[in-house]
Design a protein around this ligand. Structure first.
Ligand code: ACO
Length: 167
C-alpha cells in the first residue's frame, strides 16, 4: 500500500526546512511512521502504550479524516529513515473573536539522543507557521516549569495557569 501523508506539503515552512541539519526533512505525519519509530520518540513525553500497526492506523486514519484540525509533523533523519522529532498543532473553532481559531500545540518530543540540536525549536517554528497559515489568532500550549525557558526561546510568553482534572 502506498504511503499516505496527513496533510499537504504547502503547510510545511520552507524556511524551517532550510534551517534543518543536513539529511533531515520536515514532513507531515505519514502512514508508515509507525515503522520509523514515531511512537518511540513520543516516549520522552509519557507512557505511550504498545500499539499494533492496526491500532496505529486507526488513529492515523481518524486524524486524516480530521486533517483540517489535526496537524502532526515530524523531522526525520533520512539516512536512518527514522523520526527524530515530532509535534502537533490542533486548530480549535470558537465563537469568540468572531468565529476565531485558536491553535493548541501538543506533544512536542525530540528523541533523547537528538536533544539540544535545535530540532525542538524547528518543530515549534513549523507549528507556528501552520497556525498562522490556517488563520489562528493565537497559539497556546501547556508545559512544565522546566520547559518554560525553551518555549520563551521559541517566542512564547507565560500567561494564565493550567488546571487539570483526571478521571
Ligand atoms: N531549559 C533551558 N533552555 C532550554 C531547555 C530547558 N529545559 N530546553 C531547550 N532549551 C534552549 C536550548 O538551550 C536552546 O537555546 P539556544 O537557542 O540559546 O541555544 C533553545 O532552547 C532551543 O533548544 P532545542 O535544541 O531546540 O531543544 P530540543 O531540541 O532539545 O527540544 C524539548 C526541547 C522539546 C523540550 C526536548 O528537550 C524534549 O523532547 N524534551 C522531553 C519532552 C518534553 O518535555 N516535551 C515538551 C512537552 S510540553 C508540550 O508538549 C506542549
Amino acid at each position: 500500500m502506498s504511503e499516505i501523508s496527513l496533510f499537504e506539503n504547502t503547510l510545511l515552512s520552507p524556511e524551517v526546512q532550510a534551517q534543518l541539519p543536513a539529511g533531515h526533512t520536515l514532513r507531515a505525519l505519514r502512514s508508515n511512521d509507525y515503522e520509523r519509530g514515531f511512537l518511540k520518540v513520543l516516549e520522552v513525553l509519557t507512557e505511550v502504550g504498545n500499539h499494533t500497526k492496526q491500532e496505529w492506523l486507526e488513529q492515523f486514519n481518524y486524524l486524516k479524516q480530521h486533517n483540517h484540525e489535526y496537524f502532526t509533523i515530524t523531522i526525520t533523519d533520512d539516512k536512518r529513515d527514522q523520526v527524530v522529532a515530532a509535534g502537533t498543532i490542533f486548530v480549535e473553532r470558537k465563537f469568540v473573536h468572531k468565529n476565531g481559531l485558536v491553535g493548541h500545540i501538543e506533544d512536542i518530543a525530540v528523541d533523547g539522543n537528538q536533544q539540544g540540536k535545535k530540532l525542538g525549536l524547528r518543530i515549534i517554528q513549523a507549528l507556528k507557521f501552520i497556525g498562522a497559515q490556517r488563520g489562528c489568532y493565537k497559539v497556546i500550549l501547556d508545559c512544565s516549569e522546566k520547559n518554560v525557558p525553551f518555549y520563551e526561546k521559541c517566542g512564547f510568553k507565560q500567561k494564565e495557569y493550567e488546571m487539570a482534572w483526571y478521571v
